[in-house]
Ligand binder design. Structure first.
Ligand SMILES: *Cc1c(COP(=O)(O)O)cnc(C)c1O
Length: 395
């Protein structure tokens, strides 16, 4: 931790820029990359005390590294968390967090609409260790308490959800978790800490894929989990042994990216709202979903817990699968890619791509219809984004 970051009253944008690793003897302005796998010791006693964890210092980059620590410190400040660990990918963060906290026989209560790989982890891999999961529907939080058993340890959710952009009431979920003594974990990747800080609503741990808006330029894979010292210590003990640590190079890229997170996300959100508003009036569009449109079923909750609506807009092209595919094939400028939260706008057609492994019923259960299109609205000029989508709808 640096001298510069000891001030608790600084605003989000300031912390994003000013949280910085202690300067070296060269007095560099911007943080250098500490591309080193290990660190040296003064003498036998220094090494003994370091390994005994009597000293808080870097030993080996699988455990900690100054550049990764800078990235972690920034995210902790942004989320209002005490501690964190940075992972090589978002999925490494999801996997390590669950495995560090769960034991054989434990039970998870999760929202049905979670990231595809997380869903596969719950349904195909955790059962191997007798860890089971029960799912609630995004629009039926009344059902959550009924799923809790004596074996339940974790409540898990994402909001806004992918790709349906549904919104879950964090305050309500936080209260349920507290009442039953459960660990409440939120994957906050879609909102970023700039738009939403789930710890304020009772979340115990926050997971991010840094690959999305945090980097925001489609360059690196990364993940991070932040939360209380107590829970993070368990995750750290697991991670330092199993080795999912983030590369310090990628940590450096991300720490730089976070300096502009607020600026970028503001523009992503204003572009997304403008596109959603345009689509609402389009005759070839069946429906549009965006958290900050008044027509969104959870508009009031979105307003309560988010600063703006995020970068993802979902809509249904009239005419089902065929029309959806035709729209997709007519796109000229926007990228056809599986990523999101990039400076370049991206369109996906979940039914034929990211969620094609799910059955039609499973897709319907997570809110994906055949003509549904997801747009991750980027930082190009809004007129050009709208124009490309308009010509593809007219095609
Ligand atoms: C992308 C994503 C992940 C996984 O992150 P990776 O960095 O791709 O491993 C997890 N959760 C959500 C919501 C995501 O969008």
């Amino acid at each position: 931790m640096t001298k510069e970051s000891d001030n608790n009253t600084r605003k989000f944008e300031t912390e994003a820029v000013r949280t910085q690793t202690e300067r070296s003897q060269f007095l560099e302005h911007s943080t250098p990359m500490y591309l080193t796998s290990s660190f040296v010791f003064e003498d036998a006693e220094d090494m003994r005390a370091s390994f005994a964890e009597e000293k808080d210092r870097n030993i080996y980059s699988r455990y900690s590294n100054p550049t990764s620590t800078e990235f972690i410190d920034k995210v902790c400040k942004m989320e209002g968390a005490e501690a964190g660990f940075a992972f090589a990918s978002g999925m490494a963060a999801v996997y390590s967090t669950f495995v560090a906290l769960l034991e054989s026989g434990d039970h998870i209560v999760s929202c049905k609409s979670v990231f595809g790989s997380t869903h596969t982890l719950f349904t195909q891999f955790f059962p191997k260790w007798d860890i089971s999961t029960s799912y609630f529907d995004v629009n039926d939080l009344d059902a959550v308490e009924g799923l809790i058993t004596s074996k339940t340890k974790i409540i898990y959710a994402e909001t806004p959800t992918n790709p349906g952009v549904d919104v879950l009431d964090l305050e309500l979920l936080g209260k349920i978790a507290k009442k039953h003594g459960l660990i409440f974990i939120i994957d906050n990747c879609f909102a970023t800490p700039y738009l939403q800080q789930p710890i304020k609503f009772g979340a115990d741990l926050i997971i991010h894929s840094g690959t999305k808006l945090m980097d925001g330029q489609g360059r690196v894979l990364a993940g991070i989990t932040v939360g209380s010292h107590e829970l993070m210590d368990k995750i750290y003990r697991f991670a330092r042994i199993t080795g999912p640590a983030l590369s310090p190079f990628n940590a450096w890229v991300l720490s730089k990216s976070l300096e502009t997170l607020a600026l970028r996300v503001d523009r992503h959100c204003s572009n997304a709202l403008a596109l959603a508003t345009f689509l609402e009036d389009h005759p070839k569009v069946e429906w549009v979903k965006y958290p900050f449109l008044k027509s969104h079923a959870k508009y009031e909750i979105a307003k309560k817990q988010m600063k703006a609506g995020g970068c993802v807009v979902a809509f249904e092209v009239k005419g089902g699968l065929k029309a959806g595919k035709r729209f997709f094939d007519s796109i000229k400028m926007l990228s056809l890619s599986a990523n999101l939260g990039d400076s370049r706008s991206i369109v996906t057609h979940p039914a034929s791509t990211t969620h094609s492994k799910l059955t039609t019923e499973e897709r319907r259960a997570v809110g994906i219809s055949d003509g549904m299109v997801r747009v991750s609205v980027g930082l190009e000029h809004i007129d050009d984004i709208v124009q490309d989508i308009e010509q593809a709808l007219d095609a």
